[in-house]
Design a protein around this ligand. Structure first.
Ligand SMILES: Nc1ncnc2c1ncn2[C@@H]1O[C@H](COP(=O)(O)OP(=O)(O)OP(=O)(O)O)[C@@H](O)[C@H]1O
Ligand SMILES: [Mg+2]
Length: 240
């Protein structure tokens, strides 16, 4: 569903994303891990067109979206949940989702309202639909972020640390929503909470200083010496 090839980005002389390749299929969740500053959010900024890349190609299904504007990518089915939730805080929860359904999925009238209600049911926000988005507690802000990512009619959703700052019980709720999302979409989920990713990811991609270190089965990747040394900061000699 989404294919990235040879993606490169430098800020000044510093490579932040360096020749990264990956693919993710419908029904699949690709987890992305890596230390702070590894380039994970920058990769999402490239995929959704927030920033341009220096080299590489991004395809969404059969379409080359490498040079499309952000709103064009959204209309082709690329949704995103931001690391720091971005809502229209003065609008209601329902209106926030409706905006994505109308401008992204391009559904209008009664059908748009039905679609927005359906999405709010999936993320567990149906009973808060009239609340102002700016007044929501953290879990509900994360749920709304997920709803917005779905609202554009997404075939692919990019989730950036949507479980960050939540309690264990709340993380479990988010994992269940992601499981539902991936049934008919491709999901890419950046997350530092390893057990949340392990519960739902089909593959893990590891970034370090912008380079891809590994892409494979989650248990194998998490158990590898490379990840323990570089991502978890444990020297294999010390661990031994
Ligand atoms: N617009 C920018 N201009 C210059 N440098 C930037 C810019 N955006 C990000 N960086 C730098 O690029 C590097 C990667 O940042 P990025 O936000 O992608 O990391 P990350 O892997 O998402 O980290 P975290 O886990 O903390 O969210 C960092 O060194 C950051 O300071
Ligand atoms: Mg980040």
């Amino acid at each position: 569903m989404l294919h990235a090839t040879g993606v490169c980005k430098k800020f000044g002389v510093k490579p932040v994303v360096d020749k990264v390749d990956f693919s993710v299929a419908r029904g699949e969740c690709l987890g992305v891990i890596g230390p702070n500053g590894a380039g994970k959010t920058t990769l999402f900024n490239i995929l959704d067109g927030t920033i341009s890349m220096d080299a590489g190609t991004v395809r969404l299904g059969d379409a080359d979206i490498s040079h499309l504007a952000q709103h064009q990518r959204a209309r082709l089915g690329l949704g995103r949940a931001y690391q720091v939730p971005r809502t229209f805080s003065a609008l209601s929860v329902f209106e926030n989702v409706l905006a994505g359904v109308f401008h992204g999925a391009r559904i209008s009238g009664a059908a748009a309202e039905i679609e927005a209600r359906r999405i709010l049911e999936i993320v567990g926000l149906a009973d808060r639909r009239n609340a102002p988005a700016g007044a929501l507690p953290l879990l509900d802000r994360k749920r709304l972020e997920l709803a917005k990512a779905m609202s554009v009619g997404s075939k692919v959703v990019l989730l950036d640390e949507i479980a960050g700052g939540l309690t264990e019980e709340e993380v479990t709720l988010i994992v269940e929503i992601v499981r539902t999302l991936k049934q008919d979409r491709a999901v890419i989920w950046i997350e530092h909470i390893a057990h949340a990713l392990m519960a739902v990811a089909d593959r893990l991609l590891v970034l370090n200083f912008g380079s891809k270190l590994a892409d494979g089965d989650p248990a194998t990747v998490m158990g590898s010496k490379l990840v323990q040394e570089i991502y978890l900061g444990i020297s294999v000699d010390d661990a031994a």
